[in-house]
Write a protein that binds this ligand. Structure first.
Ligand code: GLP
Length: 258
């Protein structure tokens, strides 16, 4: 696991987008695992810029999103379908047939989750998985206590997550209580994982995930077991780490090859 410290959210976004773009240029039909939340927004903005200014081509790229709220239709403004469309897909040349986001409206959830897993396998697995981290250590919607061997399934959201997301839903009462999420095992099978964290409010959970024991109490800590994982964090998110990690130097090339 590589810990890469950068100055701020802007640099974090540029760096992570740079790694993804390099890999897309090498392998046009790459399979990306995507996350929602505020943290990866800058990465998406950078990728859009590279598409517009440098012609970065997404026409053969496939994407799998980590999660979606149960009960929200793709047109709901807080659904992750809507988020992804607005913040990335409508600005780039993705083929809509190559976009996979869990369907929160599906009737038979467990059959659907099995299908989602099969689809990932059928397409050769995820090459690069982008992750954010919840304040309670969740990745996707794998809340504390999630089995480290879990697969795509329905999960009940933790109190902390519901509170954190209340601002998007006009209050705690309107936040969906469940979500479909890729499992921890599904995530960890990606060939390369990039976990992003920014800001002071993530500092404590970043410390636990990177320096604490690997435990289902902090699902993100599983990243310590991955052969090829990079944690890109800004100075604020890194502020409670107790060991020394060097700052990702200006112009320094750190290749995260697939
Ligand atoms: C949601 C998503 C996660 C994301 C987390 C953190 O719960 N399901 O995938 O990592 O939010 O969001 P933010 O980046 O806004 O802190």
């Amino acid at each position: 696991m590589l810990v890469l410290k950068v100055k701020d959210h802007e640099e974090l976004s540029e760096r992570a987008a740079g790694v993804i773009a390099d890999e897309i240029r090498k392998k046009q039909d790459i399979v990306l695992g995507l996350a929602t939340g505020e943290t990866p927004l800058g990465v998406y903005r950078s990728l859009i810029r590279m598409h517009e200014e440098e012609g970065l081509d997404f026409s053969k790229v496939t994407t799998f999103n980590l999660d979606e709220y149960v009960g929200l239709s793709p047109t709901h403004k807080e659904s992750y379908h809507y988020f992804m469309h607005e913040n990335l897909f409508k600005h780039i040349n993705m083929d809509p047939r190559n976009v996979y986001i869990p369907d929160g409206m599906v009737k038979d959830i467990s059959a659907y989750c099995e299908w989602y897993e099969k689809k990932i396998t059928e397409l050769g697995g995820i090459d690069i998985q982008i992750l954010g981290i919840g304040r309670d250590g969740h990745i996707g919607f794998n809340e504390p206590g999630s089995s480290l061997g879990s697969r795509t399934r329905i999960k009940t959201l933790s109190k902390e997550t519901i509170e954190d997301n209340a601002r998007f839903f006009w209050g705690v009462d309107n936040v969906p209580r469940t979500a479909i999420t890729m499992g921890i095992q599904t995530i960890i099978e990606a060939k390369l994982i990039i976990l992003l964290a920014s800001g002071k409010r993530k500092a404590e959970i970043v410390r636990l995930a990177i320096e604490g024991p690997v435990s289902s109490r902090v699902p993100a800590s599983i990243i310590q077991f991955h052969r090829k994982a990079a944690v890109i964090i800004d100075q604020e998110a890194a502020s409670l780490l107790t060991r020394e990690y060097s700052i990702w130097g200006e112009g320094e090339e750190i290749y995260l090859h697939l």
